[in-house]
Write a protein that binds this ligand. Sequence first.
Ligand code: 13P
Length: 341
Amino acid sequence: MSERLEDIAMQMVTGGRGLLAADESTSTIKKRFDAINLESTETSRRDYREMLFRSDEAMKKYISGVILFEETLFQKAADGTPFVDIIRAAGAIPGIKVDTGAKPMAKYPAETITEGLDGLGERLARYYEAGARFAKWRGVIAISPTLPTRGSVRANAQALARYAALCQEAGIVPIVEPECLMDGKPGDHNIDRCAEVTEFTLRIVFEELADARVNLEGMILKPNMVIDGRNARKASVAEVAECTVKVLKATVPPAVPGIAFLSGGQTTEEATAHLSAINAIGHLPWFVTFSYGRALQDSSLKAWNGKQENVAAGQREFTHRAEMNSLAAKGNWKKDLEKAA
Ligand code: 13P
């Protein structure tokens, strides 16, 4: 397999395959496990992720790479096989979330700055050694009538760009993720406000990437879709697709090989329908696919429910969502296919 950044980036977003975001931090996975009354321990986290990564059909056919939390990158399956080997054996690429979280930003009430740059160069060298060939950093942008501020968008964009430059020097493809929140508080903004904020944010992100000398051909963009806030859903699937493509075309240079959306709290089926409608528009200058966390995992987590006897049921759910999203990455998903399954 080629080690060129451009080739790895292409492999991540082509062939109707997309990314499984399984990089929930210890506190986020605890929230997900709370919903099924399962205690989050190193073992329960291992068992859950092993269930996903050993879903052979899903991993081989529909998943190009897996974003891991640091614990998982160095973790082994129950039989002692490193997770990295299981992922690679399925033909997928191991990746790693490297930011250390969004922290309250000094002097900017209700906004955050994502941390993790100190010592990142050395950490990336260790992650490369362990087999990671791409990384993820998420900047979080709040939406309200008065937010975001220019200061917080600029600071987050600069951190994303510094991170991306460090990754490329380490031979790792950066996923640049500026997430304009649809399900944060208050979450009642409409799609036009989301379009305005997303466009503003992406413009500044690409300015900072240029200043940091990031090679756009060796990165992946992971944006939010342009959509009504969680508490104000009105726009149709077609409107979401049109608005999203309009904003991305206005801001994302065609040198970027791929866009892999986050699901951001959309229902599993919404996330699939929107991705399919975006691809069905056609003539896009980049490959457009998924990098979903919740939208790939929610139904699988429920079906598994923390029980060994449900592993096959959990894997069936995961495989189904992965297949539906793979069809969506080619613009070929139809609602009947959900029922048929
Ligand atoms: P969701 O798809 O659940 O939003 O997660 C994707 C992700 O990696 C967020 O950083």
